[in-house]
Design a protein around this ligand. Sequence first.
Ligand code: 3HC
Ligand code: NAI
Length: 705
Amino acid sequence: MAKIVTFDQEGAVGLICIDNPPVNAISHSVRGRLVDVITRAGKNFGIKVLLITTDAELFSAGADIAEFDHPQGEPSFAQVQTMIESSPIPVVAAIRGLALGGGLELAMACHYRLAHKNAKLGMPEITLGIIPGAGGTQRLPRLIGARAALNMILSGTPISGFDAKANGLVDEVAEDDLRGAALDFCERLVREGRGPRRTSNGTVVDGLDEANITSTLRSHARALQGRTTQHLIIEAIQASKLPWSQGIAIEAGLAQKSLASRESMALRHLFFAERESARLSGTSLNAKQMQAPRIRLAAVIGAGTMGCGIAIALADAGLEVLLNDNDPAALIRSHKSINLTYASSVRRGRVTQTVADERIRRIRNAPTLEELADADLVIEAVFEDLELKKNVVSKLDSILPPQRLIATNTSTLSVTELALATAHPERVLGLHFFVPANTSRLLEIVRTVHTSPESLSTTFGIAKLLRKVAVVSGDAFGFIGNRMMLDGYFREAEQLLLEGATPTQVDTALENFGFAMGPQRVSDLGGNDVGTKARIQLFKRDTRPDPYFVIADRLTEMGRLGQKTGRGFYRYANDSREATQDPEVNSIIEKLASERGISRREIDEQEIVERCILSLINVGAMVLEEGIAARAADIDVVWTSGYGFPRHLGGPMFYADTLGLSHVLQRIRHYHEKLGHHWRPAMLIERLASASSSFEHRDRTSASP
Ligand code: 3HC
Ligand code: NAI
């Protein structure tokens, strides 16, 4: 059992080890134990120096985020840090693995710091919508300068042990044995009579002026779009120029403010939602019981756009990959495309040429299905055709031993029908990758009623291996994400065009709301024909009444496929990605509207946003009540990691809770009266609103789907 914090004596060194699995979070109990052991060490006159380190893989992932909703409790972070800083004997931190947020802030309160060369030191608080509130905005500028501190805190990205040494954050880097190097360092301190060196006594050598602030904000503009935490961070760092007691008091006030912000609540919600979605609700297994899959060899059938991306994702995760296609020309093309992808990764400095070569070597051709017999997992990504896919999975079923997984990358077909085409439907499930499969974050795992808990658990292990955020979906029209996009968000966007808005108005309104790209620009990017084809398949599964994507389908008929043909909802000049308005599109829309007897009018931005987002929420609630998604938080994960919903709003269902479900229901009823059937309020919203409840409460209180 973990001891939280242990204490040993090695000669004159008092060795304090943090031992709080899984990530050494500096929880209330860790802080309490730190105070205990430091007090005890202070009474031992044989101890001349204290060393704070860990035997775990990482120093600390920071403050315990699970405690953020409650008052901090004593001893507070500040109390522990003051105790360390004011220690009469020197205190050294030795960092291995990660030192993040409060973990690094704890180390900065120590008098000296060492890091292993592979350590990573960072301040990721901004990703949670908070400022580093345990002295980070005051000590970091004193150690590395205000400008470097601003950049490090706004980026949220950790730096290496070597970079930390170069900028003054750590005193030494251990090439190999961290503990040995740290003990040597401590002995040297004692020998040389070097005492405590308090960071809070230091001064900030540089300052932030408007120009530095503007340029740093600009370099992180994409990640900070719609965000507000950065302004609090700047204010706190500027206060580091003041005397310590004033600066730290300003930081404390700003930290409280950030913690109470909606932005922080939304981002913390997503932090836990992304981890919670990896738990296997609705099965007898939980994440802890999950076997790490022993997967060495994976196979992909269909070496097209998706197959190549999936093969790269698998090779990046360290697996051997067999790639099969019944068209030899496709196999040749696929290797060209894989080489190009890796060449671009090398150019961008993401991997070295040696690593890229090694991964390319791991993707081998397997011209026949029989050659896949040894694969631990096979993912099919052949053309989207039910009979073809049934044929492929049933052949695979006869070739692979029964415990091996068979996954389909279908985005529209019934996974259940595919599973039933085999003698072992329990090992068949959907792995819905998004484009580009090697870099997109989201993976929808589609389970059928036949999928076994073991298959599901192995699949989650694979998702973790691939570093994807995985969410389980039931097997139904569009799964979670596309169902909400088609029946809700995109559908409403098209309806608004028919009623009088222009593509630019709709896109701009939703981009102002926080989406990186509005729906029409997204359609043009992916190809309007891709959407049309997917809908044709989906409507075989489940039909939808008119009007439903009449504009996108008309554009497809006209060969206005989007960026790839230079014309779609917009015009694109000579391979440019810049969308310009096209009066011809307005005429097409006007004609379609008049054919449907829709009288057009001016529509303002507020109505555009409200209708698109409320329809997304309404369909999300239906997806929940139908059991296609297990939790509202899963929907939030799908929409923030796969469809560009602004993270700082927490996802559509969290956002609905912040609006209040009574208000949401009242507005949906308003549109139902005005616009008709497709605005029928979800029963779940009616139920939750009448009980003054929320999606979050439902998640917390319902055991399984
Ligand atoms: N507090 C509480 N729990 C934490 C945590 C933290 N800081 N960091 C991770 N965890 C938990 C996760 O919830 C998860 O729990 P679960 O198994 O019950 O779901 C478990 O630790 C393992 O986490 P991951 O699944 O994320 O494991 P990975 O190995 O993939 O990643 C990690 C490890 C890189 C450390 C990642 O967890 C991470 O980025 N953590 C958050 C780091 C962070 O943001 N730190 C700043 C905290 S805020 C702060 O320090 C405020 C300070 O300024 C006062
Ligand atoms: P694609 O047309 O680029 O590639 C399909 C490949 O399958 C072709 O190379 C073809 O030769 C091969 N193939 C066909 N029949 C085969 C067989 N019997 N045996 C072996 N290989 C065979 O298609 P794409 O876009 O890669 O799509 C593949 C699958 O992924 C489809 O199910 C699609 O719905 C799904 N998907 C596609 C997305 C996209 O945006 N392209 C997104 C998510 C899923």
